[in-house]
Design a protein around this ligand. Structure first.
Ligand SMILES: [Zn+2]
Length: 225
């Protein structure tokens, strides 16, 4: 089992986990109809979710969607459909129906929304960055939600200010120095809206956000103890 804070880095985790996907989808064209049965699909989805969590070093409380996006993976039924479509296309090139065509187009649209994130040539995710991106980590709002803390208030700001990933990233004065370093690299204020766009476009920004995540998470983890 891969540990969150030690062991292989993101690229190797992704490679190792692709073996699980290949094994899970072996001979998929012959059983893809079975994905319509909820219990069968759920069983594959839970293995795939675990795979995503191990790739991006997330806590198990993360949502399925967030885990997949941060890990850079598609949902398992998308992989199954792609594998099955490829097989079918190799057998019958000109006989796709309108429904099949529509399904293919939908899948292509879905895939393109993740493409920018997945096809970046830089940027590994890790335990610290995943916490900042998912909001699942050592933030008071998260700790309170899972009964590990009595209050979701920021211990630095007080006055009812909730400490979540967004507060830590954009506003909390406790991390002014770290934020200043990050914004110097970005050349603009960091916001939840420009974060992913800038990270995927610029390797230096990715590294700066990653460094910010490490410093912030380590400080918050110390306070948590
Ligand atoms: Zn604060």
């Amino acid at each position: 089992m891969l540990l969150n804070t030690r062991g292989p880095k993101h690229g190797r985790r992704l490679l190792l986990s692709s073996v699980i996907r290949s094994t899970a989808l072996y001979a998929v064209p012959s059983w893809i109809k079975g994905m319509e049965t909820r219990s069968y699909r759920r069983s594959l989805e839970s293995t795939h979710r675990l795979r995503a969590i191990r790739v991006c070093s997330a806590f198990r409380t993360i949502s399925d969607d967030a885990a997949l996006v941060i890990a850079g993976l598609l949902p398992i039924d998308e992989y199954a459909a792609i594998a099955s479509d490829s097989f079918t296309a190799s057998r019958q090139t000109n006989s796709t129906t309108t429904d099949q065509q529509s399904g293919l187009e939908h899948r292509r649209a879905w895939q393109s929304s993740l493409r920018r994130w997945q096809e970046r040539k830089h940027g590994a995710v890790n335990f610290y960055l995943t916490q900042l991106l998912s909001g699942h980590g050592c933030f008071s709002s998260y700790l309170k939600r899972f009964n590990h803390d009595e209050s979701d208030e920021c211990t630095w700001c007080g006055a009812g200010i909730v400490e979540d990933a967004s507060h830590v990233l954009q506003h909390c004065p406790r991390f002014d120095v770290e934020r200043c370093r990050l914004q110097n690299v970005m050349g603009e204020l960091v916001t939840s809206r420009n974060l992913i766009r800038r990270m995927t476009a610029d390797p230096d920004v990715w590294e700066a956000v990653s460094a910010f995540a490490v410093r912030v998470t380590k400080v918050l983890r110390k306070l948590e103890r």
